[in-house]
Write a protein that binds this ligand. Structure first.
Ligand SMILES: *Cc1c(COP(=O)(O)O)cnc(C)c1O
Length: 624
């Protein structure tokens, strides 16, 4: 993996300059510099950096690519897009999104009442709002209210029951009204074709959502009967997220296109749009061999435009407007999680930790000689000798012939020899060497929670690009696995022999080392769990200005301990009193100490759960 696969997943958003990874924009600041500036303000623990210019880039690219495709085919319909709120509802993201999307007619998609309220209050009048998912009467009433505010809102019917409610609400809102206003109506179709991948369940006959052909005909009759046919204007489908292959989309487009044309020919004159949902994939892979997407945005847009045009032509209907609801594609790249490494767990396998004696057992002396004289030419032979000696030495220990210090020296020396041999034989990449990497892998304890910040890694095995922010002028040699600070063994991103991650050998007593987790902007934040009560990390927005400079804005600090408990509905007043009472009543301490302890505990309560340092651990592991 060269340069952490930046050329595969990076989309030119970041560049490596000298020894750091830098934002490829304006004055190209390094992520390390930005991180240090935030930490100098006193914020510790993991940081979530948001980059609005990357949201802007995605929106601009989406619109430009579809405009290009439309032009190339002479397509008559318009292109529209909405952002599906479920992908990221956090205000620092949504406010930036609304700001950068101003030049476009970009709207929001809502799937719940709370999301609908965000859409109704944040979308500019005229920009589209689409409302999907299961709805009750209240939610449909909210859609009518939005329409009466002047919003360009489309409510998608997911089942016939919802249609009946729409008819009912329409009567309540409009019978007595002199100027009846109703939202536009969309229908979600139940596709015959299914999606693929781990998120495929959104399509297909057994999917949770959508109307069958029979239900569509029924809906058509109902709308006609209740004089709402002139509101039916959109056909909607969504085949699932992170669509790696373009083939299922083409099938779905043909199905949806033909349904559109059939309904239109039947008399649904107002019908004028196909909403192709989301699903546009993001390339998360750091390795050429495991790429997740087999198409480009150009191909995607050309396919959509071409197929819609083809169907419209052959059935003699107007070319529909095209809507997309891609969310992952818009949001994923905008944020980077930066987390400090707290500890390298096998730092004990260091030459400094050797306890060689005046006179060592002969095999240990030999191991030491192998270690001192290993070269590329003899590396394989020395490696085998070392492994052989280790077996013998461990047997000698079991039989009582060597002591614990000898055994420790054996472990250290063999580990060092394996490391050297692997480094020397790097280009050979044999199975034997790959297997040995598991043995010498370094565990990096990182100050973050995978459950909070990478829940899709935990739940679905989704890979996210990982790279250090510094030392990029030297080749990393440690096969690395990453441990988070939860007490859960699932909070580990293990070393994978076939998709290896290498990190640098760092002396954390001398310098800090930060890991960046990239493409975390879609789904991760709101799906994040407070497992072990680790909360959303401290976040901020990095805005670039016209003169190329940047500012660190809208910092929202990770919740403090009491706020976390308050969120769980603990009565924090009672907790506060209990702590105070127990200190004051303790028989073990003097009044002076009590005051001191009270001061300390209040300080700690005002801070977040993430670790500040783990000095205690580093001291013991150094044997000092
Ligand atoms: C989740 C969802 C989307 C967004 O999908 P992405 O894969 O993030 O683009 C779009 N439309 C609907 C109806 C959804 O449920």
């Amino acid at each position: 993996m060269k340069r952490f696969g930046l050329n595969i997943w990076g989309d030119d958003n970041f560049i490596i300059e000298n020894d750091t990874v830098n934002v490829n924009y304006a004055s190209n600041p390094s992520l390390l510099q930005i991180t240090q500036q935030i930490r100098e303000k006193g914020y510790k623990g993991p940081l979530l950096l948001r980059f609005p210019h990357l949201i802007e880039k995605q929106i601009e690219t989406l619109f430009k690519t579809f405009e290009k495709a439309k032009k190339a085919f002479g397509y008559q319909g318009n292109f529209h897009a909405v952002f599906p709120l479920k992908v990221n509802q956090f205000p620092n993201f949504i406010h930036a999104l609304m700001e950068v999307s101003k030049p476009y007619d970009y709207g929001l998609e809502a799937g719940s009442k709370a999301e609908l309220i965000i859409a109704m209050s944040k979308t500019p009048l005229g920009a589209p709002i689409t409302v999907n998912g299961f709805k009750d009467k209240e939610m449909i009433a909210l859609c009518f209210i939005a329409a009466k505010m002047g919003h360009n809102i489309t409510v998608t019917i997911e089942g016939t029951g919802e249609l009946k409610t729409i008819i009912e609400v329409n009567k309540e809102f409009n019978t007595k009204s002199e100027t009846p206003v109703a939202p536009k109506i969309g229908v979600r179709i139940r596709l015959h074709s299914t999606g693929i991948g781990i998120w495929a369940k959104s399509g297909g006959y057994s999917s949770k959502f959508g109307l069958t052909s029979t239900e569509l005909l029924e809906a058509y009759e109902l709308l006609k009967k209740h004089a709402l046919l002139d509101r039916l204007w959109m056909i909607h489908f969504h085949i699932g997220s992170q669509m790696g292959d373009i083939a299922p989309l083409k099938k779905a487009l043909r199905e949806a296109g033909n349904i559109y044309a059939e309904l239109k020919r039947r008399g649904a004159n107002a019908l004028g749009a196909i909403n192709i949902g989301g699903g546009l994939a993001v390339e998360y892979s750091q390795h050429a061999a495991s790429q997740e997407r087999n198409y480009s945005l150009d191909e995607f847009a050309n396919d959509v435009v071409f197929l819609m045009q083809e169907i419209a032509k052959s059935k003699g209907v107007e070319e529909p407007d095209i809507f997309t609801e891609s969310g992952r594609y818009i949001a994923a790249s905008h944020s980077v999680l930066v987390a400090p490494v707290l500890e390298l767990f096998s730092s004990e396998y260091n030459a400094k930790c050797l306890r060689l004696k005046e006179k060592n057992p002969p095999l240990i002396q030999e191991l030491y000689d192998l270690y001192s004289t290993i070269k590329r030419k003899n590396a394989r032979e020395y490696l085998h000798d070392a492994l052989d000696h280790m077996e013998s030495l461990l047997t000698l220990f079991d039989l009582g012939y060597i002591d614990l210090e000898d055994r420790s020296n054996t472990e250290i020396l063999v580990n060092l020899i394996i490391k050297k041999a692997i480094a020397l034989l790097k280009n050979e990449g044999t199975d034997e060497l790959k297997k040995l990497q598991d043995r010498i892998q370094e565990k990096y304890l990182v100050n973050f929670s995978a459950f909070q910040s990478l829940p899709d890694f935990w739940g679905l095995g989704q890979h996210f690009p990982i790279m250090p922010l510094s030392h990029l002028d030297t080749k990393p040699t440690n096969p690395a696995s990453i441990w988070d600070i939860t007490c859960d063994s699932d909070g580990e991103i293990g070393f994978e022999r076939d998709l290896p991650l290498y990190l640098h050998d760092i002396d954390l007593n001398k310098e800090e080392y930060f890991i960046g987790f990239f493409l975390t902007g879609a789904y991760q934040e709101v799906l994040g769990m407070k497992h072990n009560l680790f909360t959303h990390p401290t976040e901020c927005v990095i805005n670039f200005h016209e003169d190329g400079s940047y500012s660190i804005d809208n910092i929202i600090e990770a919740q403090n301990l009491m706020d976390v408990l308050d969120d769980l509905d603990y009565d924090t007043g009672i907790i506060d009193k209990a702590l105070k009472y127990r200190i004051e009543e303790s028989q073990l301490i003097t009044p002076e100490e009590k005051r001191e302890l009270l001061g300390k505990i209040y300080l700690y309560l005002s801070e977040n759960s993430y670790l500040k340092t783990i000095q205690a651990i580093s001291e013991t592991s150094q044997g000092a």
